[in-house]
Design a protein around this ligand. Structure first.
Ligand code: SUG
Length: 446
């Protein structure tokens, strides 16, 4: 009998990982602006998290980092001459642009795409829409390269469709799976796909609600639903309250987390009818009741939820069907959150909670769940995807050595102008495409 499971694709942290405070509305990124980063440690922390999942028996794969600094962006913006000259000029005249074109933000793979498993789609194919990330310059440059990489990995048209990103416009801001939930009794069954948007009116939209930008728009969610050939009754578009965004929850995965039929959410993140609608629609679709669990502000304030990144934990199904929670270390350090995790573990929501150290990423507002793209595949689909990116003990060791060889231990935003850094990253990525057997995916390889 065919088995269906979730495989997590984690973004490998790139060699230019740094803190430039580019993401407005992302409190951690703003707070750490200008701090020295450690790209090597960041990448190793990411690899160790992936290895833990693999050891727990959860399928794991990697997505390669993008080419940075991304000089095609500078050329598109009018910079000319040799690469060294462009870097020098942009560092002097527009350091923020240098940080933008050097951003390692592609590591947060939850924003790479939205994925619908074949159990949900009318043509029984796995549908993937890369996110346009049009809301922020440093992330908007990810979409074309992410599309290329996903097409290499999911190359078999008998199983997969990788769409183009949604057209880039303010009315179609799309940040991918970070704003998408899927509730289902079992991974192989049809699920209710929930698109969480931050601002309504599909075509005429305000990119701002109150304090911080609204990153996901209803227009994008509707387009993904149509492209992925999802039945209307198996989808729901719901709006988040601006209160959460203004408190610093720039993506839905900072206020909700789920797996199969279980959804945990912060009570202040949605208006009450939202959960009633979800329960009703899930019931109609599956004949069962979802487990919707509200965490009330008296138990955990919105501010503490965002500070600890509790809702950015990964909740995964283990081979025997039990669940495990993969929470950031910051949740153990926070007394109220630690107590909450213990209580929920005792209630049997998951068998065990694991705490992982991903602090380098956390300082830019990226927790365990941000670092991965969930893809639900059956045996045939798993066999049909490119195998070179699947994590094994051997690949883990190889990637560790690769990181140790190529990555710096300290990087300050001012170092981004160093032409030697550009050379180092290209040598590293050239080797990585060989390790992963991906073929040329970067502009500099073409
Ligand atoms: O888009 N941080 C990312 C973090 C993304 C987290 N993803 C999820 N919640 N799924 C962002 O805000 C910081 C980069 C900087 O400021 O230099 C940044 O882009």
């Amino acid at each position: 009998m065919s088995h269906t499971r979730e495989i997590n694709f984690d973004g490998i942290v790139g060699p230019t990982h740094h803190y430039a405070g580019l993401a407005w509305g992302n409190l951690a990124a703003q707070r750490n602006r200008g701090r020295r980063s450690n790209p090597r440690r960041a990448a190793l922390q990411g690899l160790d998290k992936m290895r833990l999942l693999m050891e727990l028996g959860v399928a794991q794969a990697v997505l390669p980092p993008h080419e940075r600094p991304y000089l095609p962006l500078l050329r598109a913006l009018g910079y000319r001459g040799s690469e060294g000259r462009m870097l020098d000029q942009v560092a002097r005249e527009a350091p923020e642009l240098l940080a933008i074109c050097s951003s390692a933000a592609a590591m947060w793979a939850a924003n790479a795409a939205t994925v619908s498993p074949s159990a949900d789609t009318a043509d029984a194919l796995v549908h993937i829409t890369p996110a346009n990330l049009v809301g922020q310059p440093h992330r908007s440059i990810e979409a074309p390269v992410t599309t290329r990489i996903l097409r290499r990995i999911f190359h078999d048209p008998k199983h997969f469709v990788v769409h183009d990103p949604i057209p880039a416009a303010v009315g179609w801001r799309d940040e991918g799976a970070a704003n998408h939930l899927r509730l289902t009794p079992q991974h192989h069954q049809r699920g209710l796909e929930i698109f969480v948007f931050d601002s309504g009116e599909p075509f005429l939209q305000r990119p701002w609600l109150h304090r911080f930008p609204a990153r996901q728009s209803l227009g994008a969610s509707l387009a993904v639903r149509l492209r992925h050939r999802l039945a209307k009754r198996a989808t729901l578009a719901v709006q988040r309250k601006a209160q959460g965004i203004d408190a610093g929850a720039f993506h839905n995965d900072l206020v909700a987390l789920g797996n199969q039929d279980l959804l945990l959410y912060h009570a202040e993140a949605y208006e009450p009818p939202v959960m009633r609608d979800i329960a009703r629609q899930y019931g109609r679709l599956t004949g069962a009741e979802p487990r919707l669990i509200a965490i009330n502000p008296e138990r955990l304030s919105l501010a503490d939820a965002i500070q600890s990144y509790f809702f950015n934990s990964q909740l995964v199904t283990l081979p025997d069907g039990a669940f495990a929670l993969i929470a950031p270390m910051e949740c153990r350090a926070h007394a109220a959150v630690r107590g909450l995790v213990e209580e929920l573990t005792q209630r049997g929501l998951w068998r065990q909670a694991h705490f992982v150290e991903v602090r380098q990423s956390m300082r830019n507002g990226g927790g365990p769940a941000c670092l991965r793209l969930r893809v639900v595949l059956d045996d045939g689909e798993l066999a049909a995807m490119h195998q070179g990116v699947r994590l094994s003990e051997r690949l883990y060791e190889r990637l560790r050595r690769w990181v140790q060889h190529h990555y710096r231990e300290a990087l300050h935003p001012a170092d981004l102008a160093d032409p030697q850094l550009l050379r180092e990253t290209r040598v590293a990525l050239e080797e990585l495409t060989r390790i992963l057997g991906l073929g040329p995916v970067y502009d500099f390889q073409r």
